[in-house]
Design a binder for this molecule. Structure first.
Ligand SMILES: NC(=O)c1ccc[n+]([C@@H]2O[C@H](COP(=O)([O-])OP(=O)(O)OC[C@H]3O[C@@H](n4cnc5c(N)ncnc54)[C@H](OP(=O)(O)O)[C@@H]3O)[C@@H](O)[C@H]2O)c1
Length: 322
């Protein structure tokens, strides 16, 4: 085993060392990471581009030369981000799409507009997400599910042709190491009545994102569309501070900067050989195990993938023409 692999493995076992900026800094040096590849002439879209990691992805994509589409729910903030990217990158090729991803109907409308307007899409980053403090339901779908699972499903399916035109189009689901705590559980994802715990609901959705990446990777040839889920590490963002204030306060000196959290996604966006990674759960530029606890192991992983796709297709079908 190389020294770099030994260092990586040692970090992996110490969750804090791995997920904080310590892990980022050590791996970057020991593994001699190159900067992410240029994306000139490519087209990228990122959701949740107004804050934290999404803003870092947007900045990175534009700086690497990609024509960049931003999806955000607040037009004024998105336009301010657009203006700052245009100024920093010198490229006018930044477009804004306004959509509240918690509204499945609005997502359906956005998907139709994007499919008509974007004939080729090289990179699609599903970044928008949050931990809900209480259950909210729109169009029959709980918000954590709507923003982080149904919206990625609807947008990706609508843009499947555009992604295929990029050969391979690359889809990134920004999941979380939080998913290690929960098994895949479709009944709980769909439950609108039982007790609600926002952190557990979030972890379940993140687990489901990992299952969704694998499901699409099994369905789609990787040289047409390569799909991964990833963990950005623990990054100092407004969302983290708001949703986990105590965790944020204690770990703040060790948290990654947003651009460090965005590194693996930006690397995958232009990495040669990305197709070989399709279906993986990435962290710090490598595929990682998807299980750390025996109790989260799936009895029938392929069945879970099919059931998840079927459920999401059913929810999406209910939106057609809406
Ligand atoms: N920070 C971490 O340590 C960490 C760790 C693991 C995973 N993640 C994941 O990384 C992603 C980004 O998180 P972050 O920490 O950067 O949080 P953040 O600072 O709160 O940014 C989240 C982004 O998502 C957008 N968003 C949320 N709900 C939306 C909705 N209904 N419609 C449209 N946009 C919506 C937000 O828009 P507004 O600006 O309008 O609120 C914001 O732009 C999330 O998926 C999160 O789960 C983060």
């Amino acid at each position: 085993m190389s020294l770099a692999r030994k260092v990586d493995a040692a970090l992996e076992t110490s969750v804090v060392g791995s997920f904080t900026r310590v892990g980022y800094g050590v791996r970057r040096r020991v593994e001699h990471w190159e900067p992410p590849a240029r994306l000139d002439g490519r087209v990228a879209l990122v959701t949740g581009a107004t804050s934290g990691l999404g803003l870092a992805y947007a900045r990175g994509l534009a700086a690497l030369g990609a024509r960049t589409h931003l999806v955000a729910r607040d037009r004024a903030r998105a336009e301010a981000v657009r203006a700052s990217l245009v100024e920093a990158s010198g490229s006018p090729a930044v477009e804004v799409w306004v959509c509240d991803l918690a509204s499945p109907r609005a997502v359906g409308a956005l998907a139709r507009e994007l499919a008509a307007a974007v004939p080729r899409l090289d990179v699609l980053i599903h970044n928008a997400g949050a931990i809900a403090s209480a259950r909210a339901v729109r169009d029959g779908v709980e918000t954590t599910v709507a923003v982080q699972l149904l919206a990625p499903y609807v947008l990706t399916e609508a843009l499947r042709g555009a992604l295929g035109a990029a050969s391979p189009g690359r889809v990134i689901l920004v999941a979380s190491g939080g998913m290690y705590a929960e098994p895949f559980d479709l009944a709980r994802l769909a439950d609108l009545e039982g007790p609600f715990d926002g952190v557990r609901a979030y972890a379940r959705v993140k687990r489901a994102q990992v299952v969704l990446a694998r499901a699409w990777a099994h369905r789609w040839p990787a040289d047409e569309v390569a799909v991964v889920a990833l963990h950005p590490g623990w990054a100092d963002t407004p969302g983290l501070e708001r949703s986990l204030p105590r965790f944020h306060r204690i770990l703040r000196p060790l948290l990654r900067r947003p651009d460090q959290g965005a590194d693996t996604g930006l690397w995958f966006a232009g990495a040669p050989g990305a197709a070989t990674l399709s279906g993986s759960f990435l962290f710090d530029r490598r595929p990682r195990p998807t299980e750390r606890l025996a109790r989260t192991r799936a009895a029938d992983p392929r069945g879970d993938e099919e059931r998840l796709l079927g459920w999401l297709a059913g929810l999406a079908g209910g939106l057609e023409g809406a």
